[in-house]
Write a protein that binds this ligand. Structure first.
Ligand code: NAD
Length: 510
């Protein structure tokens, strides 16, 4: 399967079926309202992770192309910022409708490039919810007022856009994460330069086409492709005012520091090691069904007290997960993104054995019929894990559950709080006081109570903490609006004509 077979919006818009010397399709850039072929001589292959076939190529945009993209954002900013908030809202209202109508096509692109199962539709859906919430901009952008702060004087503040903002996205949520970024920024009146993950550009390109079809003026969204050079370009360019990043700690900390050094606002959502604490009084059936893996999924279980006895049953359930290409019916787990990612995960599983853990379920040698070249790892459970082991300390980012055991809730809380990451955590219990104690004492920005993946809905914000986040203003919700706006506060005095000042005022009013 090639991109052309899953996307009806091919050829004419964001994709060339073939280019120069190659029959492999190439992804275009989106500059100033046009989908254009890059003149770059550096290209990156896009693989279908279920087969490792090359399905397309993405350019590393040239300096001239990146400059043109920022110039386009900058040129279109004044008019877009001056467009009435109701008109910007109308664009977003049309956009959410078009995303709904094209949801399955976006999801098919995600499955092709990223490998996801039916969960690809959830990826689009969670992004769509952010767009829907951004349609409330008429309330979200309200400023504050205070009349009569002294005689004839009123005070009020506006939330105004920053200018050109930029986004750098990871591979694991090809639709949701770009949709955390440009719709929020643009509805506030900013223009946006997006750099999708070079491994999964398709969803972003189709989303750009749909935004254009919704009436976003040319130049308000530009898309460049690339890796380090594109990232450095974004961090350094003086016309870019803010950067939204989601991805690994290695890249995020670098981008946070380099971008901040150039005076930009930066928000960076990064890696995770999410712990699920299972209390012996939990609803066993629900709890065992909910332990899994993703960046917000629970990659670490802490079984407290008698809950340790549930381990064999957990293994039995994990064995039943069906591993297959994402587009195959009934697939529970798809492939990892690259052969290198698979190798890394397998090595981390191996490190568990060397360091004294037990592998209760080993997915390293799985063969998927018809997809022998894919990057598959089957469900894996490692028990007897201690906090000093490599498989505990590293983010594994594969279908691997590491299991620790404690006698008490307090010991479990200590393990979670000693871990540097603070993205998400969950407790499974039927005791309200236990749940309350855990939520209160655990130093993690997002907590689920009997909810394994506590990703907040977009009227709230994504509040990962500690090593999972750099910056001070989170993604989407009220925090997202704050990130993409600056306040202007106006103190205004209007006196009636005969009430002029009696003498010149040279001191601060007291
Ligand atoms: P990644 O950091 O490799 O890539 C993210 C982006 O940064 C890409 O656009 C890439 O081109 C760029 N990049 C990669 N390496 C770089 C470097 N050394 N210097 C500059 N730029 C670089 O991340 P990924 O592998 O695509 O995504 C997986 C990671 O993202 C995991 O660590 C996962 O936990 C994290 N993640 C976090 C959240 C969250 O909200 N906290 C959500 C999704 C993913």
């Amino acid at each position: 399967v090639r991109l052309a077979e899953v996307s009806s919006k091919v050829n004419s818009t964001w994709y060339s079926a073939s280019s120069f010397s190659s029959s492999v399709p190439t992804v275009k850039l989106f500059i100033d309202g046009k989908f254009v072929e890059s003149k770059s001589d550096k290209w990156i292959d896009i693989h279908n992770p279920a087969t490792n076939e090359v399905i397309g190529r993405v350019p590393q945009a040239t300096k001239a192309e990146m400059d043109a993209a920022v110039a386009s954002c900058k040129r279109s900013f004044p008019a877009w910022a001056d467009t009435s908030v109701l008109s910007r809202q109308q664009v977003l209202l049309r956009y959410q409708q078009l995303i709904k109508e094209n949801l399955k096509e976006i999801a098919r692109l995600i499955t092709l490039e990223q490998g996801k199962t039916a969960d690809a539709e959830g990826d689009v859906f969670r992004g769509l919810q952010v767009v829907e919430h951004a349609c409330s901009v008429t309330s979200l952008l309200l400023g504050e007022t205070m009349p009569s702060i002294t005689k004839d004087m009123d005070l009020y503040s506006y939330r105004l856009p920053l200018g050109v903002c930029a986004g750098i996205a990871p591979f694991n949520f090809p639709a949701m994460i770009p949709l955390w970024m440009f719709p929020m920024a643009m509805v506030c009146g900013n223009t946006f330069l997006m750099k999708p993950s070079e491994r999964v550009p398709g969803a972003t390109m189709l989303l750009a086409k749909l935004l254009q079809d919704s009436g976003a003026p040319d130049g308000t969204l530009n898309i460049i492709h690339g890796q380090h050079d594109a990232v450095n370009f974004i961090c350094d360019h003086p016309d870019i005012k803010a950067i939204s990043f989601v991805g690994s700690n290695q890249a995020g900390e670098y981008i946070f520091e380099r971008g901040s050094r150039h005076g930009k606002r930066v928000q960076a959502n990064m890696g995770a090691k999410n712990h699920g604490v299972v209390m012996p009084d939990a609803n066993k059936e629900n709890t065992l069904n909910q332990l899994g893996q993703r960046c917000m999924a629970l990659s670490t279980a802490i079984l407290v007290g008698e809950a340790k006895k549930w381990l064999p049953e957990l293994v039995e359930r994990a064995k039943n997960l069906r591993v297959n290409a994402g587009d195959q019916p009934g697939a529970d787990l798809g492939p990892l993104i690259t052969p290198q990612a698979k190798e890394r995960v397998c090595n981390l599983i191996g490190s568990g054995t060397k360091e004294g853990a037990s592998i209760l379920l080993d997915g390293r040698n799985i063969k998927v019929k018809g997809y022998e070249n894919g990057n598959f790892v089957g469900p894996t459970i490692i028990s007897n894990v201690k906090p000093n082991m490599t498989c505990y300390k590293e983010e594994i980012f594969g279908p691997v559950l590491v299991v620790l055991e404690t006698d008490t809730l307090d010991e479990a809380i200590k393990i979670v709080n000693d871990n540097p990451y603070g993205n998400g955590t969950a407790i499974f219990t039927t005791n309200g006081a236990t749940a309350r104690k855990y939520s209160h004492l655990v130093d993690v920005g997002q907590v689920g109570v009997n909810v394994p993946i506590p990703v907040p809905l977009p009227m709230f914000s994504f509040t990962g903490s500690r090593s999972s986040f750099r910056g001070d203003t989170n993604f989407y919700g009220k925090q997202g609006i704050q990130f993409y706006t600056q306040l202007k506060t106006i103190t205004s005095q209007w006196k009636e004509e005969d009430a002029t000042l009696s003498s010149p005022a040279v001191v601060m009013p007291t």
